[in-house]
Design a protein around this ligand. Structure first.
Ligand code: 13P
Length: 260
Protein backbone atom coordinates (compact mmCIF):
# COMPACT_ATOMS: atom_id res chain seq x y z
CA UNK A 1 0.00 0.00 0.00
CA UNK A 2 1.44 3.37 -0.93
CA UNK A 3 1.52 6.31 1.44
CA UNK A 4 -1.26 8.83 1.11
CA UNK A 5 0.28 11.05 -1.56
CA UNK A 6 -2.51 13.40 -2.70
CA UNK A 7 -4.06 12.30 -5.99
CA UNK A 8 -5.46 14.94 -8.34
CA UNK A 9 -7.52 12.98 -10.88
CA UNK A 10 -9.23 14.45 -13.96
CA UNK A 11 -12.23 12.48 -15.26
CA UNK A 12 -12.89 13.79 -18.76
CA UNK A 13 -16.09 11.73 -19.08
CA UNK A 14 -17.33 11.64 -22.72
CA UNK A 15 -15.73 14.94 -23.67
CA UNK A 16 -13.03 16.07 -26.10
CA UNK A 17 -12.45 14.47 -29.48
CA UNK A 18 -9.10 12.98 -30.41
CA UNK A 19 -7.50 16.27 -31.47
CA UNK A 20 -8.82 18.19 -28.48
CA UNK A 21 -7.48 15.43 -26.24
CA UNK A 22 -4.00 15.75 -27.74
CA UNK A 23 -4.08 19.52 -27.29
CA UNK A 24 -5.16 19.24 -23.64
CA UNK A 25 -2.53 16.64 -22.67
CA UNK A 26 0.21 18.67 -24.33
CA UNK A 27 -0.83 21.92 -22.70
CA UNK A 28 -1.23 20.23 -19.33
CA UNK A 29 2.20 18.59 -19.56
CA UNK A 30 3.86 21.88 -20.44
CA UNK A 31 2.05 23.76 -17.70
CA UNK A 32 2.91 21.18 -15.06
CA UNK A 33 6.48 20.83 -16.25
CA UNK A 34 7.03 24.59 -16.25
CA UNK A 35 6.52 24.84 -12.53
CA UNK A 36 7.35 21.31 -11.45
CA UNK A 37 8.31 22.33 -7.95
CA UNK A 38 4.72 23.46 -7.33
CA UNK A 39 3.32 20.05 -8.16
CA UNK A 40 5.81 17.59 -6.83
CA UNK A 41 3.88 16.79 -3.69
CA UNK A 42 0.89 15.43 -5.58
CA UNK A 43 0.21 12.76 -8.15
CA UNK A 44 -1.69 14.06 -11.18
CA UNK A 45 -3.68 11.65 -13.39
CA UNK A 46 -6.02 12.05 -16.34
CA UNK A 47 -8.88 9.75 -17.37
CA UNK A 48 -9.57 10.26 -21.09
CA UNK A 49 -12.08 8.22 -23.13
CA UNK A 50 -10.83 4.75 -24.15
CA UNK A 51 -10.16 5.94 -27.72
CA UNK A 52 -7.50 8.36 -26.47
CA UNK A 53 -5.62 6.17 -24.00
CA UNK A 54 -3.04 4.99 -26.52
CA UNK A 55 -2.27 8.50 -27.70
CA UNK A 56 -2.24 9.84 -24.16
CA UNK A 57 0.23 7.13 -23.15
CA UNK A 58 2.63 8.11 -25.96
CA UNK A 59 2.35 11.83 -25.23
CA UNK A 60 2.80 11.38 -21.51
CA UNK A 61 5.85 9.16 -21.94
CA UNK A 62 7.64 11.80 -23.98
CA UNK A 63 7.09 14.55 -21.39
CA UNK A 64 9.23 15.21 -18.36
CA UNK A 65 6.36 15.68 -15.92
CA UNK A 66 4.86 12.26 -15.43
CA UNK A 67 1.09 12.50 -15.55
CA UNK A 68 -0.59 9.24 -14.54
CA UNK A 69 -3.13 7.55 -16.81
CA UNK A 70 -6.51 6.17 -15.85
CA UNK A 71 -9.50 4.62 -17.63
CA UNK A 72 -13.13 5.51 -16.93
CA UNK A 73 -14.34 1.91 -16.70
CA UNK A 74 -13.21 -1.70 -17.06
CA UNK A 75 -14.96 -4.92 -18.00
CA UNK A 76 -15.48 -7.48 -15.27
CA UNK A 77 -14.49 -10.14 -17.85
CA UNK A 78 -10.94 -10.73 -19.01
CA UNK A 79 -11.64 -11.60 -22.67
CA UNK A 80 -14.15 -13.22 -24.99
CA UNK A 81 -17.55 -12.56 -26.53
CA UNK A 82 -18.42 -9.32 -24.75
CA UNK A 83 -18.99 -6.86 -27.57
CA UNK A 84 -18.12 -3.31 -26.68
CA UNK A 85 -16.33 -4.17 -23.43
CA UNK A 86 -12.71 -3.28 -22.64
CA UNK A 87 -10.58 -5.73 -20.66
CA UNK A 88 -8.29 -4.69 -17.83
CA UNK A 89 -5.60 -6.77 -19.55
CA UNK A 90 -5.75 -4.41 -22.53
CA UNK A 91 -5.58 -1.35 -20.29
CA UNK A 92 -2.54 -2.50 -18.36
CA UNK A 93 -0.64 -2.98 -21.66
CA UNK A 94 -1.09 0.76 -22.23
CA UNK A 95 0.42 1.59 -18.84
CA UNK A 96 -2.94 2.55 -17.45
CA UNK A 97 -2.54 2.74 -13.68
CA UNK A 98 -6.02 3.56 -12.38
CA UNK A 99 -9.55 2.67 -13.34
CA UNK A 100 -12.74 4.38 -12.18
CA UNK A 101 -15.26 1.87 -10.89
CA UNK A 102 -18.89 2.63 -10.11
CA UNK A 103 -19.00 6.28 -11.10
CA UNK A 104 -22.54 7.45 -10.30
CA UNK A 105 -23.18 8.01 -14.02
CA UNK A 106 -22.46 4.31 -14.65
CA UNK A 107 -24.56 3.24 -11.67
CA UNK A 108 -27.41 5.43 -12.91
CA UNK A 109 -27.33 5.14 -16.72
CA UNK A 110 -25.81 1.65 -17.10
CA UNK A 111 -27.53 -0.04 -14.16
CA UNK A 112 -24.26 -1.10 -12.60
CA UNK A 113 -25.06 -2.90 -9.37
CA UNK A 114 -22.86 -3.48 -6.32
CA UNK A 115 -22.34 -7.07 -7.56
CA UNK A 116 -21.09 -5.98 -10.95
CA UNK A 117 -18.85 -3.38 -9.37
CA UNK A 118 -17.42 -5.92 -6.93
CA UNK A 119 -16.46 -8.11 -9.93
CA UNK A 120 -14.90 -5.08 -11.65
CA UNK A 121 -12.73 -4.44 -8.59
CA UNK A 122 -11.47 -8.05 -8.88
CA UNK A 123 -10.82 -7.58 -12.60
CA UNK A 124 -8.82 -4.43 -11.88
CA UNK A 125 -6.62 -6.18 -9.33
CA UNK A 126 -6.13 -9.24 -11.55
CA UNK A 127 -4.67 -6.93 -14.18
CA UNK A 128 -2.49 -4.83 -11.92
CA UNK A 129 -4.78 -1.77 -12.03
CA UNK A 130 -5.71 0.34 -9.01
CA UNK A 131 -9.50 0.70 -8.75
CA UNK A 132 -10.85 4.10 -7.79
CA UNK A 133 -14.16 3.07 -6.29
CA UNK A 134 -16.69 5.88 -6.65
CA UNK A 135 -19.35 6.19 -3.97
CA UNK A 136 -21.94 8.82 -3.10
CA UNK A 137 -25.51 9.50 -2.13
CA UNK A 138 -28.32 11.11 -4.11
CA UNK A 139 -30.18 14.08 -2.68
CA UNK A 140 -33.05 11.79 -1.69
CA UNK A 141 -30.68 9.38 0.07
CA UNK A 142 -29.03 12.31 1.81
CA UNK A 143 -32.37 13.45 3.20
CA UNK A 144 -33.46 9.96 4.26
CA UNK A 145 -30.21 8.38 5.46
CA UNK A 146 -27.75 11.19 6.12
CA UNK A 147 -24.50 11.68 4.29
CA UNK A 148 -22.22 8.72 5.12
CA UNK A 149 -24.53 5.68 5.11
CA UNK A 150 -24.79 5.12 1.36
CA UNK A 151 -21.08 5.80 0.59
CA UNK A 152 -20.06 3.36 3.34
CA UNK A 153 -22.47 0.65 2.12
CA UNK A 154 -21.26 1.07 -1.47
CA UNK A 155 -17.57 0.96 -0.49
CA UNK A 156 -17.98 -2.15 1.68
CA UNK A 157 -20.01 -3.87 -1.07
CA UNK A 158 -17.28 -3.22 -3.65
CA UNK A 159 -14.52 -4.48 -1.35
CA UNK A 160 -16.16 -7.46 0.34
CA UNK A 161 -15.63 -11.10 -0.60
CA UNK A 162 -12.18 -10.79 -2.20
CA UNK A 163 -9.56 -13.24 -0.98
CA UNK A 164 -7.05 -10.48 -0.47
CA UNK A 165 -7.43 -6.76 -1.00
CA UNK A 166 -5.09 -5.00 -3.41
CA UNK A 167 -4.43 -1.27 -3.45
CA UNK A 168 -7.53 0.86 -3.94
CA UNK A 169 -8.73 4.44 -3.72
CA UNK A 170 -12.21 5.59 -2.71
CA UNK A 171 -13.73 8.66 -4.35
CA UNK A 172 -16.57 10.22 -2.39
CA UNK A 173 -18.74 12.03 -4.93
CA UNK A 174 -22.13 13.14 -3.64
CA UNK A 175 -24.42 12.70 -6.66
CA UNK A 176 -26.10 16.01 -5.92
CA UNK A 177 -22.74 17.80 -6.23
CA UNK A 178 -21.67 16.40 -9.62
CA UNK A 179 -21.78 18.96 -12.41
CA UNK A 180 -24.29 21.03 -10.50
CA UNK A 181 -22.08 23.71 -9.00
CA UNK A 182 -23.38 22.58 -5.58
CA UNK A 183 -20.39 21.61 -3.49
CA UNK A 184 -20.23 19.66 -0.25
CA UNK A 185 -18.55 21.77 2.41
CA UNK A 186 -14.99 20.81 3.38
CA UNK A 187 -16.37 19.84 6.82
CA UNK A 188 -18.92 17.49 5.21
CA UNK A 189 -16.30 15.88 2.95
CA UNK A 190 -13.97 15.51 5.94
CA UNK A 191 -16.69 13.87 8.04
CA UNK A 192 -17.64 11.39 5.30
CA UNK A 193 -13.96 10.56 4.63
CA UNK A 194 -13.45 9.91 8.35
CA UNK A 195 -16.54 7.71 8.54
CA UNK A 196 -15.49 5.78 5.41
CA UNK A 197 -11.99 5.25 6.80
CA UNK A 198 -13.34 4.03 10.13
CA UNK A 199 -15.77 1.58 8.46
CA UNK A 200 -13.11 0.23 6.08
CA UNK A 201 -10.58 -0.15 8.90
CA UNK A 202 -13.11 -1.98 11.04
CA UNK A 203 -14.07 -4.36 8.23
CA UNK A 204 -10.73 -4.94 6.51
CA UNK A 205 -7.97 -3.80 8.89
CA UNK A 206 -5.60 -0.92 9.32
CA UNK A 207 -3.76 -1.21 6.01
CA UNK A 208 -6.97 -0.88 3.98
CA UNK A 209 -8.05 1.97 6.24
CA UNK A 210 -4.93 3.84 5.13
CA UNK A 211 -6.12 3.91 1.52
CA UNK A 212 -6.58 7.28 -0.11
CA UNK A 213 -10.02 8.85 -0.03
CA UNK A 214 -10.80 11.56 -2.57
CA UNK A 215 -13.61 14.11 -2.80
CA UNK A 216 -15.35 14.87 -6.09
CA UNK A 217 -18.18 17.15 -7.14
CA UNK A 218 -17.80 20.67 -8.57
CA UNK A 219 -14.15 20.98 -7.51
CA UNK A 220 -12.38 24.05 -8.89
CA UNK A 221 -9.01 25.72 -8.37
CA UNK A 222 -10.65 28.20 -6.02
CA UNK A 223 -12.24 25.63 -3.68
CA UNK A 224 -9.80 22.68 -3.72
CA UNK A 225 -7.65 23.83 -0.82
CA UNK A 226 -10.54 23.67 1.62
CA UNK A 227 -11.06 19.98 0.94
CA UNK A 228 -7.42 19.06 1.40
CA UNK A 229 -6.61 21.24 4.38
CA UNK A 230 -7.77 18.82 7.07
CA UNK A 231 -5.65 15.88 5.88
CA UNK A 232 -8.65 13.52 5.91
CA UNK A 233 -9.32 13.96 2.17
CA UNK A 234 -6.35 12.75 0.12
CA UNK A 235 -7.11 14.32 -3.23
CA UNK A 236 -9.89 15.18 -5.64
CA UNK A 237 -11.69 13.63 -8.59
CA UNK A 238 -12.45 16.47 -10.97
CA UNK A 239 -14.92 16.46 -13.88
CA UNK A 240 -15.69 19.69 -15.73
CA UNK A 241 -12.70 21.64 -14.42
CA UNK A 242 -10.27 18.97 -15.68
CA UNK A 243 -11.12 19.87 -19.29
CA UNK A 244 -9.20 23.14 -19.01
CA UNK A 245 -5.42 22.81 -18.64
CA UNK A 246 -4.97 26.03 -16.65
CA UNK A 247 -7.85 25.29 -14.29
CA UNK A 248 -6.75 21.68 -13.73
CA UNK A 249 -3.14 22.71 -13.20
CA UNK A 250 -4.48 25.31 -10.76
CA UNK A 251 -6.20 22.52 -8.84
CA UNK A 252 -2.99 20.48 -8.80
CA UNK A 253 -1.21 23.49 -7.29
CA UNK A 254 -3.43 23.21 -4.25
CA UNK A 255 -0.55 23.46 -1.77
CA UNK A 256 -0.10 27.07 -2.83
CA UNK A 257 -3.61 27.90 -1.70
CA UNK A 258 -3.47 26.21 1.68
CA UNK A 259 -3.03 28.71 4.47
CA UNK A 260 -2.23 26.81 7.63
P1 13P B 1 -17.72 17.82 -11.75
O1 13P B 1 -16.34 18.18 -11.24
O2 13P B 1 -17.98 18.30 -13.14
O3 13P B 1 -18.78 18.15 -10.77
O4 13P B 1 -17.73 16.20 -11.89
C1 13P B 1 -17.33 15.43 -10.83
C2 13P B 1 -17.19 14.03 -11.29
O5 13P B 1 -18.17 13.37 -11.56
C3 13P B 1 -15.83 13.48 -11.41
O6 13P B 1 -15.86 12.10 -11.59
Amino acid sequence: MTSRVPLIAGNWKMNLDHFQAIALIQKLSWTLDDAKHDYEKAEVAVFPPFTDLRTAQTLIESEKFKIGLGAQDVSRHSSGAFTGEVSGAFLSKLNVKYVLIGHSERRQYHSETDEILNAKVSAAWQNGLIPIICVGETLEELELQGQAAVPIAQALAALSGHETLGEFVIAYEPVWAIGTGKVATPAEAEAVAKALRAAITQEFGQESGNSRILYGGSVKANNVAGFLASGEVDGVLVGGASLDADEFAGIARFQKHIVL
